[in-house]
Design a protein around this ligand. Structure first.
Ligand code: GTP
Ligand code: MG
Length: 170
């Protein structure tokens, strides 16, 4: 979900959703800090990160909500997203480095994504495989989906800063 600000700059909200232990936090930390930990702690509630990506055509500022996958937090997840017309969705199959433990083939993943109308990428937060590619691809699609208009047009309404931290609603 995104809004265009002046100077070809897009502000986008990015929400990571998925079961516990799938590597959501690890993907964000790889993207934002270039780091990976084998002992990454399970997220409590949600965590917030920011990152800026510069493309040729625009600068994309990501507000990233890394939700908690543990069962007890499932009811919180919908607070972080609300579908709108400029939504870009990716299905990400992480831990691609664990090839020997693979349960779902790349083809199966691609087919499932196609049937569900999602884009698909296999990543590894550990080796950094496809991690930057994933976020760049999302940024490119958001720019494409939000073509230049009169500056200042809001494509979605943001909550105030203090509320946004806890009750995010695009
Ligand atoms: P919750 O916060 O509980 O929802 O989990 P999460 O989805 O944020 O997973 P997290 O990033 O905490 O990673 C869980 C475990 O998987 C950690 O021990 C990570 O080191 C490991 N892990 C994450 N990504 C990868 C990966 O790409 N490859 C491998 N081999 N391990 C990974
Ligand atoms: Mg986490």
């Amino acid at each position: 979900m995104a809004r265009r600000t002046a100077n070809k700059s897009l502000q986008a909200k990015l929400v990571l959703l998925g079961d516990m232990g799938t590597g959501k936090t690890s993907l964000v930390l790889r993207f934002v800090k270039g780091q990976f930990s084998e002992y990454q702690e399970s997220t409590i509630g949600a965590a917030f990160f920011t990152q800026v990506l510069s493309l040729n055509e625009a600068t994309v500022k990501f507000d990233i909500w890394d939700t908690a996958g543990q069962e007890r937090y499932h009811s919180l997840a919908p607070m972080y997203y609300r579908a709108n017309s400029s939504l870009t969705m990716f299905l990400v199959a992480n831990k691609a480095d664990l090839e020997g433990d693979r349960k779902v083939s790349n083809e199966e993943g691609e087919e499932y994504a196609r049937e569900s109308g999602l884009s698909f990428l296999e990543t590894s937060a550990k080796t950094a495989q496809n991690v930057n590619e994933l976020f760049y691809e999302i940024a490119k699609r958001l720019v494409k989906a939000n073509p230049s208009r009169q500056s200042g047009i809001k494509l979605h309404t943001r909550a105030t800063e203090s509320r946004r931290r806890y009750f995010c609603c695009a």
